[in-house]
Design a protein around this ligand. Structure first.
Ligand code: SF4
Ligand code: SF4
Length: 488
């Protein structure tokens, strides 16, 4: 049988040496002898493997029985059979804020429209039709600021609930809001419909008010904080989402957690496809130096707190972690073939019924995919898996990253498949540091982190071959814990 060597990546971090099995998203510690073999393979790839070398690499899962096909997924699959289960409805393009980095062109969309009820109903029907046999659909209300169109939101919820009753499907709601308009009536509505919420807030007052100001002037922080206190009382899982312009993501997350949010996320700002005008209020280039520093600091914190069995520090570290998702991906060997499902499983519908890959592409004419009022969508392009993306095909982080955010790629590189070099550097360093942390964990540490519910219990841990003792740990725990949501 012909054997081939799977792609691998050597990592020298945190005082150890590890090999990432790129194809299986699996990490192993390497000793000096194996390191010698791997380095030899890298320098003289055409020289065959000796049998002892082959055994060594086989133990690491690096030997494939036959030539690996690059494309595990095919773009040729019938795209019409893929259900559309999620949709963002742009209820309005208007917004009462004027944020410095707004991807809508600093708060000025090309058309400041509002969605009519008829368009909203047609969009919801379109989603139901295109959800095919799926039993559940997801509707996200966004804008602009969606609560400027609260009457349409309320009628849309009522409409789609009735339609779902008729068709036997379930619907879940989500909204992304700037949080400035949340009065008691809206908060009650959010609670009544179990609406998941993401509030855009950029951190401490001085940072937030520097970015997110009312269109008439003045910072929005105090208004949001007051509204969010009431909101968090009825829904503690509301997510705070920050756009990072500069500085430390860890510090921003700490500030958001201190406000009382339990779920926090940070995204590095993107350029705008619509030609944003920040008036010089944000730096022209993205700066990721502090983020990279945070990653390294965090990796050491994982090791130190775990070594000291400091449960309190670990529980505080998890919600602000930039690495934990990569750690879990490695432990579960859960590969990602797409950055997201925008453009084939998820769409945004603009005020006039045009369909775009996601809400951030709305009004960029070259990314308009069609209309809810008729015609076929061209979605095959968006289905391309990461291994078929030229820029990503040889990247060691491809099955962790999936090819990145299509919007950020388009805004930074001019094409949904042209990732920006700085974001790629971030993704790769995330994976390298997460891999080094995971590689450093022994049986006892892993068991401890599972018991603390920092890491999920998952039978796939058994397959990684790194911790022989893990089975007994899992037996001991009786399967307690949760499965990390599967990635695409
Ligand atoms: S890190 Fe960059 S090159 Fe690598 S898979 Fe992600 S987007 Fe592609
Ligand atoms: S393209 Fe980017 S912003 Fe749009 S849904 Fe995908 S990840 Fe999110």
């Amino acid at each position: 049988m012909t054997c081939t060597l799977k792609p691998f990546h050597l990592i020298h971090e945190l005082g150890g040496t590890y090999v990432l099995n790129v194809q299986d998203l699996r990490i192993n510690v390497v000793d000096d002898q194996t390191l010698g073999t791997l380095e030899r393979v890298l320098t003289t790839p055409d020289q065959g493997l000796e049998s002892s070398e082959q055994r060594d690499l086989d133990r690491l899962g690096l030997i494939a029985p036959q030539e690996d096909s690059r494309s595990e997924l095919s773009q040729e699959k019938n795209v019409d059979l893929i259900p559309v289960t999620s949709m963002s409805l742009l209820l309005t393009e208007a917004c009462n804020l004027k944020c410095v980095y707004c991807y809508c062109g600093s708060g000025n969309r090309k058309a400041e429209g509002r969605m009519t009820e008829a368009t909203a109903y047609r969009a919801l029907d379109w989603l139901l039709e295109n959800s095919l046999a799926s039993r559940e659909i997801y509707v996200n209300f966004c804008g602009g600021e969606p609560f400027l169109a609260f009457p349409t939101m309320r009628k849309s919820v009522k409409y789609v609930r009735r339609k779902c009753l008729e068709s036997g499907k379930k619907v879940r709601f989500h909204t992304t809001s700037n949080g400035t308009l949340l009065d008691e009536e809206k908060i009650d509505f959010i609670a009544e419909h179990a609406m998941a919420m993401r509030i855009s807030i950029d951190g401490p007052r001085e940072v937030h008010d520097g970015h997110r100001r009312f269109s008439g002037g003045g910072g929005s922080y105090d208004t949001i904080i007051e509204n969010c206190r009431k909101l968090l009382e009825i829904n503690p899982d509301v997510e705070a989402h920050a756009v990072l312009v500069e500085g430390s993501p860890l510090a921003i997350k700490e500030a958001l957690l201190a406000i009382g949010f339990k779920q926090v996320s940070v995204r590095v700002r993107s350029d705008s496809l619509l030609g944003g005008r920040s008036g010089g209020r944000i730096p022209p280039t993205r700066e990721i130096g502090r983020i990279l520093e945070d990653l390294e600091r965090e990796a050491y914190l994982w090791l130190r707190h775990t070594g000291e069995r400091n449960s309190q520090a670990l529980k505080e570290l998890k919600p602000k972690s930039q690495l934990v998702n990569a750690m879990i991906s490695l432990l579960q060997n859960s590969k990602r073939h797409h950055g997201c499902v925008a453009g084939f499983g998820f769409f945004a519908v603009s005020c006039d019924g045009s369909v775009y890959p996601c809400h951030r592409f709305v009004d960029a004419p070259e990314y308009r995919l069609g209309s809810i009022f008729g015609g076929k969508l061209e979605r095959r392009t968006y289905l391309r898996p990461v291994e078929l993306v030229e820029a990503c095909a040889e990247c060691f982080a491809r099955y962790y990253c999936g090819g990145g955010c299509k919007y950020d790629n388009a805004a930074s590189g001019g094409d949904i498949f042209s990732p920006a070099a700085d974001i790629c550097q971030l993704r790769r360093r995330e994976l390298e540091f997460a891999a080094s942390v995971v590689g450093n964990l022994g049986d006892e540490e892993l068991k401890y982190l599972i018991e603390l519910d920092i890491l999920p219990v998952n039978p796939l841990f058994l397959t990684i071959g790194l911790w022989d003792g893990i089975k007994s740990a899992l037996d001991l725990l009786g399967g307690r814990g949760h499965m990390h949501q599967a990635k695409i």
